[in-house]
Design a binder for this molecule. Structure first.
Ligand code: TXA
Ligand code: MG
Length: 314
């Protein structure tokens, strides 16, 4: 079902238009500080179903619900004491909390894929915040890429993946963080890291004064964590000191590449460049060698994405 995908530069007028498209059940991609999201009204089952269709996403994968502020989040889920502290400290921002869903507040059950919990986030990006205020409700929004492909950090990435499948793309330039949000769930009251992301676990632990648990066992707690998520088309080789014949090189620190995540070894700069550089190297259709990235701070999330991108797949 091909449709004309509108390109909307993020002015007030365009955001009003985007909000109206969303109210009518259409899909609109919009920028957040992490990556571009593919938004739909989280209360309209058919609109949410259209997200799965546009992305070609396995239907068991629940979606993050984006809201304008903390009170809006509280209307949808039951907060524990630790969640209160995290929301106060890090919202708006690149943090998603998975909490028990309050029934009867109108979310389509497709959003949570039937789970008794809901993933909530208050994004910080000015265009996302303005859109949420104008829309006036919860927006389900996974990353705006075809399922299993690299997450989009520019409007051009979204066009490349989803043109003709969605109503509009709100363009407000590149995403400043460049990595998806960190997802925290709870085992009782104890925070559990479900996905490393744009807010480092160290920062969360420093605030709480306690360690954040990692999930144990083979349970797929956040189904987006399937091994070969974020895959580029090309083969990847990690922890490479130099490119081999035929490979293109993604550099970091003192290992230079055809493209370099951060020549100064700055992990924040590397995170912001990660998906954009992978998109550009992938377009060259050659195997990609990737320099080692330290496992500290945001390096944990960067390595997580790279490992998944390099995982064997069918
Ligand atoms: O930065 C982000 O988080 C971006 C922007 C657009 O906000 N969104 C994003 O959404 O990355 P998505 O759909 O690509 O990833 C959602 C992740 C998946 O791994 C999913 O399984 C997990 O959140 N998730 C959603 N609801 C959940 C729930 N109730 N319990 C456990 N995991 C959940
Ligand atoms: Mg995604």
């Amino acid at each position: 079902m091909a449709e004309q995908t509108r390109h909307l530069v993020a002015t007030h007028k365009a955001l009003t238009q985007a909000a109206s498209l969303l109210r009518r059940g259409h899909l609109v991609a919009f920028p957040t500080e992490t990556v571009y999201g593919l938004g739909a009204d989280a209360r309209q089952g058919e609109a949410v179903a259209a997200i799965y269709a546009a992305k070609g996403r396995p239907s068991f994968n629940p979606l993050i619900v984006h809201v304008a502020d903390v009170p809006a989040a509280r209307r949808l889920a039951v907060f524990n004491a630790q969640a209160d502290i995290l929301a106060a400290a890090f919202w708006p921002g690149p943090l998603t909390l998975v909490l028990p869903l309050k029934e009867g507040y109108g979310l389509s059950p497709l959003v949570t894929a039937g789970n008794p919990t809901v993933a909530l986030r208050v994004p910080a990006h000015p265009a996302a915040r303005a859109l949420l205020r104008l829309f006036g409700g919860p927006l389900a929004a996974p990353s705006a890429n075809p399922s299993g492909r690299i997450s989009p950090t520019t409007a051009a990435h979204v066009h490349a993946g989803l043109d003709g499948r969605i109503a509009a793309i709100v363009d407000d330039g590149p995403c400043p963080v460049g990595l998806e949000s960190t997802i925290i769930g709870f085992d009782g009251d104890i925070p559990v890291l479900l996905r490393a992301g744009g807010l480092s676990a160290d920062t969360i632990e420093a605030l709480l004064g306690a360690p954040v648990l990692s999930p144990t066992g083979d349970d797929v707690i956040a189904p987006g964590q399937l091994a070969s998520h974020y895959a580029p088309r090309c083969l990847m080789r990690l922890n490479a000191r130099a490119a081999r014949t035929g490979e293109v090189m993604l550099g970091f620190g003192d290992i230079p590449g055809d493209l370099t995540l951060s020549a100064s070894g700055d992990l924040t700069e590397a995170a912001a460049n990660l998906f954009g550089h992978l998109h550009r190297l992938d377009a060259l259709a050659r195997p990609i060698a990737v320099a080692p990235i330290p496992m500290t701070g945001l390096g944990v999330a960067i390595n997580d994405r790279l490992t998944r991108a390099a995982a064997p797949r069918d």
